[in-house]
Ligand binder design. Structure first.
Ligand code: URP
Ligand code: ZN
Ligand code: ZN
Length: 461
């Protein structure tokens, strides 16, 4: 069995930080101690560095079919890019096709990911066509496929959205079998009406994308879904939360002792609606749903982390190259929705969060890794540095400064929303299941190194 000893780093978990040596045997952590008296095949000196649990990004879309095209990262390119930045696990969404089964969706996602992913991966199952037959598939998806999380879209009417009765029934079934429902909360009917009215008035420029999807549309759907989760007793998670109004709904739920799990994404913390007033077609780079919001929403989301209202910072990584975005130059409804982020999330959250004093070190780990691991049943295998856990460790140098650029990033997309941003702190080495995957920018693993992660029903955790 191979062994690796990391000396003199500062181990940081969601609750502690302390200086220690970490010994890895095979794929797992075998010992942690102040000064370990052991000999290993390889030693790494991590003096001056933090040892963080490998990042988990619980919201990605690799090779997602959207509007007649596909998001531009494959499981190979996207997961390798993630590793470069410090992300060792992703959870991608296997989307059911209308008229298709959940089983077929899972098989399709395995075809894309297996033998291709470089980091570890799991799937959420996105239910876009809920009926008596798909209801019957739920127990099998949880128990046989090891997928305990289901996604609903309350927006994207006529393609992905399901209605309230379907949501109720799905929640009942998922709750009974130990799963969790995750939701894209935007009111699809309100948005359809706004889009229709804008197009009828000749308002086709990209800024009308955002104007068709105001924050109250998101908060309304969030409140409705929270109530349905309350009524059915279903564990519930809101994906890509963007605004103060949605957090108010979550806060209100806490008063009746309802736990709502909340994800935001790095772009909603760092970028704002001014993107949609940029010159020309530049704003198309950040045509995403829900859209970017106001500065006050960013402040509410940062505060939400410290108030324990926000539990995970993901990316909703769904990149499209500029030529793909061009499809909507004359009509905002034809711009494929999505933006890149999987490579930059971890370092940006440290730089903008920890280095700028908005969150502490333990909160950083909770947001980038532990929170998602706990919510989705990966903990304690993933999400922490502990004896017996997978040795997914990021050796992170807080002193190194670097600049983000599409010229040097590893994502398969020809722009970066954070182009030119100065970042404080850098992933020096990424270790995945005991193997040095990235070292000083060099990839030492390749296609197929990633493992599929089955997740147990939540009531068995
Ligand atoms: O614009 C986005 N977010 N595209 C990906 C699909 C989704 O809604 O998560
Ligand atoms: Zn979404
Ligand atoms: Zn998404």
């Amino acid at each position: 069995m191979s062994s690796l000893l990391i000396r003199n780093g500062t181990v940081v978990t969601a609750t502690d930080h302390y200086q220690a040596d970490v010994c890895i045997e095979g794929e797992t952590v075998s010992m942690i101690g102040a000064t370990l008296d052991v000999v290993a095949e390889r030693e790494i000196d991590a003096t001056g560095c933090y040892l963080f649990p490998g990042g988990i990004d619980a919201h990605t879309h690799m090779e997602l079919p959207v509007m007649g095209t596909r998001s531009s990262d494959t499981f190979e390119t996207g997961t390798l890019a993630g590793l470069h930045g410090g992300t060792t696990t992703i959870i991608d969404f296997a989307n059911q096709s209308r008229g298709g089964t959940l089983e077929a969706a899972i098989q399709e996602w395995h075809r894309k990911a297996d033998d291709n992913a470089v980091c570890d991966y799991a799937f959420h199952c996105a239910v876009t066509d809920f009926n008596a037959d798909s209801r019957k598939e739920i127990p099998n998806i949880i128990h046989d496929h090891g997928i305990n999380s289901f996604k609903i879209f309350m927006a994207y009417k006529d393609t992905l959205m399901i209605d309230d009765l379907q949501i109720h029934q799905l929640m009942e079934e998922v709750a009974e079998h130990g799963g969790i429902v995750t939701a894209h909360t935007e009111n699809g009917d309100m948005i359809e009406r706004n889009i229709h009215n804008n197009l009828a008035a000749g308002n086709k420029a990209l800024k009308y994308h955002a104007l068709s999807r105001p924050a109250y549309c998101e908060a309304e759907a969030a409140g409705r879904a929270i109530d349905m989760a309350y009524e059915t007793g279903c564990p519930f998670y809101i994906v890509h939360t963007t605004c103060e109004e949605t957090l108010e709904m979550v806060k209100a739920a806490t008063l009746r002792n309802q736990k709502v799990h909340v994800e935001t994404c790095i772009q909603y913390l760092l970028l704002d609606e001014s993107w949609y007033s940029k010159e020309g077609f530049e704003g198309a780079k950040m045509v995403i749903s829900p859209p970017l919001r106001k500065r006050k929403d960013q402040e509410a989301l940062w505060a939400g982390m410290n108030q324990n209202l926000v539990h995970h910072v993901a990316t909703d990584h769904c990149p499209f190259c500029l030529a793909q975005k061009e499809a909507g130059r004359e009509d905002f409804t034809k711009i494929p929705n999505g933006a890149p982020g999987v490579e930059n999330r971890f370092e940006l959250l440290f730089s903008e969060g920890v280095a700028k004093g908005r969150i502490g070190l333990n909160k950083f780990v909770e947001m980038s890794s532990t929170g998602a691991a706990k919510i989705f049943g990966l903990f304690p295998r993933k999400g922490t540095i502990a004896v017996g856990s997978d040795a997914d460790i990021v050796i992170f140098d807080p002193e190194i400064q670097h600049t983000i650029s599409a010229d040097s990033h590893h994502m398969n997309v020809d722009y970066n929303p954070y182009e030119g941003w100065q970042v404080q702190g850098k992933t020096r080495t990424t270790i995945l299941r005991g193997t040095v995957a990235i070292d000083e920018g060099e990839a030492l693993v390749s296609r197929g190194f990633g493992e599929y992660l089955k997740r147990p029903p939540r009531n068995s955790i």
